[in-house]
Design a protein around this ligand. Structure first.
Ligand code: 1GP
Length: 241
């Protein structure tokens, strides 16, 4: 039922985590796609918490114009689905206690994903406190988990026991504090699922902290919206091809 290809795409490289460039359709910037295509970026994530100006479909078309890298939907809601994508993260907001985001939106999205036969991966979406109230908390009317490894681990363990195939540890877009690498390492010690980590990764220093951690995949969004050339800085600093 779920896609082994997406699971493989999320898994860490030998010497570093995979890097995903997150494209918010409403903030689409061609420069990010062009620079990402010509760099170490492993794939695109596309999605946004609230879309007013653009659709997922249009954004995927625009990305495809300049890039042949995989495009995975990271949906903000049940309408963000397109058969043009290479896959979709089938998320459940397991850190929250709002049934809308735990199961209701999935009930609406499942028949559409199924109809178009879009590869999908059941992914536990774990929102963790990044020292500011995130847009996700506001929209979903849920609270983030504190950065305590036990509570995060128990949430991830329950998700794994429910059959989730990946875990997204999310500090929230523009987080002031990234998820501590020790937390990421602890979760990976206990569970062998791919760990996607995002929120507030906006400096070389932040990436440096995760290089030797157990993160499988780092997601960079905000920093690229502000400055697409951040990709060139990363390339130069780490000498990644
Ligand atoms: C947000 O994890 C992503 O959902 C990326 O966060 O925008 O802070 O890079 P940033």
């Amino acid at each position: 039922m779920w896609s082994p290809k997406i699971k493989l795409l999320l898994q860490r490289r030998k010497n570093r985590p995979k890097i995903a460039a997150l494209i918010d359709p409403d903030k689409f910037n061609e420069a990010v796609v062009l620079l990402a295509q010509d760099s170490f970026v492993d794939f695109f994530l596309v999605g946004g918490s609230l879309l007013h100006k653009s659709t997922i479909h249009q954004s995927i078309l625009k990305i495809k114009k300049h890039s042949d890298k995989p495009i995975i939907i990271f949906p903000g809601d049940e309408k963000q689905i397109s058969p043009l994508a290479d896959g979709i993260l089938f998320l459940s907001l397991v850190s929250g206690r709002n049934p809308e985001y735990l199961i209701q939106k999935q009930i609406q999205a499942a028949p559409v994903i199924h109809k178009y036969n879009i590869p999908s991966l059941p992914t536990a979406y774990v929102l963790i406190n990044g020292n500011n109230i995130s847009m996700t908390e506001k929209i979903t009317n849920t609270s983030a988990l504190p950065q305590y490894k036990k509570i995060i681990y128990h949430t991830c363990l329950a998700s794994a026991m429910l059959g989730m195939q990946a875990i997204y540890l999310e500090a929230g877009s523009g987080a002031q504090k990234i998820i501590h690498p020790n937390i990421v390492n602890y979760i990976k010690q206990q569970l062998s699922l791919p760990l996607i980590v995002g929120g507030g990764i906006s400096s070389i220093d932040a990436i440096e902290k995760y290089i030797h951690s157990s993160a499988d995949c780092l997601v960079i969004g905000n920093a690229l919206e502000k400055n697409p050339l951040f990709l060139s800085d990363i390339k130069k600093h780490f000498q990644w091809k």
